[in-house]
Design a protein around this ligand. Structure first.
Ligand SMILES: Cc1ncc(COP(=O)(O)O)c(C=O)c1O
Length: 374
């Protein structure tokens, strides 16, 4: 038996669209397929100003530049996240302030925001983990009252909603990933949603290597010039063509992933009722990007992962809390007495979940877990 942890999705139309790019001989950003993707993403998210980027990492870096993060500015973010949520702001010299997560949602505990606030706080990074975020209104309100930016790290969240509103559309800027580990992808890619329209011009300049080329392309000026900091964050047409083929099948992908997610929930219910494992029961309309279980301890987690591996089933865990990392130790970590970022991440196991996974394979994974407990 061999059940990999992930198999990247392929829609079948990628090569057709890439051939179109080759025939038309326009490869750089932003081209026809980038525009098609942005339109498709606007339909899905409801945000009408979207730009494709080379990754979510570059979308986050772009966001840090757009809100003018400088040395001495403080940025509040959860410790339980991917390094890019932190690096993007650390690169600009920000002082990071890690806060703990709510063990139920694995997302930042909004009750700790007040404790982390200082006169230097410039932004909050809200990382949407596995579509489980709750109380987004409270985070939005906190940022509004205190006049600070809200950046959403929605790397995992394409086709995920909270109260019928797409994740990534609550803050000033929303950052998405189309890495091949995501539900739909283009190898490596991303997008930035500009919800706060006062940042749009800045975003366009930064995206165009610090120039006003966007205005030039729109026919508004005769030539373009260096205006501010910027970089090469735009997605090439080959990747955009690939991504367009994927976005067209997004709803089919979400539907299948949800069926598998619900099958895991249903078939693992007896172990949950016995108190041996735990897993989320959210009412959020999410994209089933991640299905994880929590076991009793780090030791049980490692034993179970090894047990499944012997049967050819790959299961993994992530993230190692950033406040405990070599780089992250220099920054503060605000919590309420417990370290849920450490405790909860140590007992988490992510199970295989992807479009090509069959019902029988989910049943085999579940059988493996049941056998382990027997
Ligand atoms: C929460 C989060 N933010 C950012 C990223 C970085 O995304 P990318 O690989 O597109 O740069 C990831 C990657 O998985 C992530 O999980």
């Amino acid at each position: 038996m061999n059940i990999p942890f992930n198999i990247p999705f392929i829609s079948g139309n990628e090569v057709t669209y890439i051939n179109e790019v080759i025939r038309e001989n326009v490869f750089s950003s932003p081209g026809k397929f980038a525009k098609k993707c942005e339109k498709e993403l606007a339909k899905i998210t409801g945000c009408d100003e979207i730009r494709l980027t080379t990754s979510c990492t570059s979308a986050l870096e772009l966001a840090a530049l757009a809100i003018d993060i400088k040395v001495g500015d403080e940025v509040i973010l959860p410790s339980f996240t991917f390094v890019s949520s932190a690096n993007a702001f650390a690169l600009r010299g920000a002082k990071l302030v890690f806060i703990d997560i709510n063990p139920k949602t694995m997302c930042l505990d909004e009750m700790l925001l007040e404790k982390a606030l200082t006169k230097n706080t410039k932004a909050v990074v809200l990382v949407h983990y596995a579509g489980l975020t709750e109380n987004i209104e409270k985070v939005v309100e906190f940022c509004k009252i205190n006049n600070i930016f809200l950046i959403e790290d929605a790397a995992q969240s394409i086709d995920s909603y909270y109260n019928n509103k797409h994740l990534g559309t609550f803050g000033d800027l929303g950052c998405f990933s189309f890495h091949d580990t995501k539900n739909v992808h283009c190898g490596e890619g991303g997008a930035i949603l500009v919800n706060n329209k006062s940042l749009l011009k800045k975003v366009e300049i930064i995206l165009e290597k610090g120039t006003n080329r966007a205005e030039f392309l729109a026919g508004k000026i005769e030539n373009y010039t260096w205006k501010s900091f910027g970089s090469s964050y735009g997605l090439s047409e080959i990747n955009s063509a690939f991504l367009y083929a994927q976005l067209q099948e997004l709803k089919t992908v979400t539907k299948k992933r949800k069926e598998l997610y619900e099958l895991y929930q249903k078939t693992l219910q007896p172990l949950k009722q016995k108190g041996l494992i735990d897993f989320p029961e959210t009412t959020n309309n999410h994209n089933a990007h991640i299905f994880f279980i929590k076991v009793e301890s780090k030791k049980v987690r490692n034993d179970l992962i090894n047990y499944l591996k012997k049967s050819g089933i790959s299961a993994y865990f992530h993230y190692s809390p950033l406040h405990l990392s070599e780089m992250g130790k220099q920054f503060d970590f605000i919590n309420s007495g417990n370290d849920f970022s450490k405790l909860e991440s140590e007992r988490m196991i992510r199970l295989p979940l992807y479009y090509q996974l069959g019902i029988e394979q989910v049943e085999l994974v579940v059988e493996g877990i049941i056998q382990f407990y027997n």
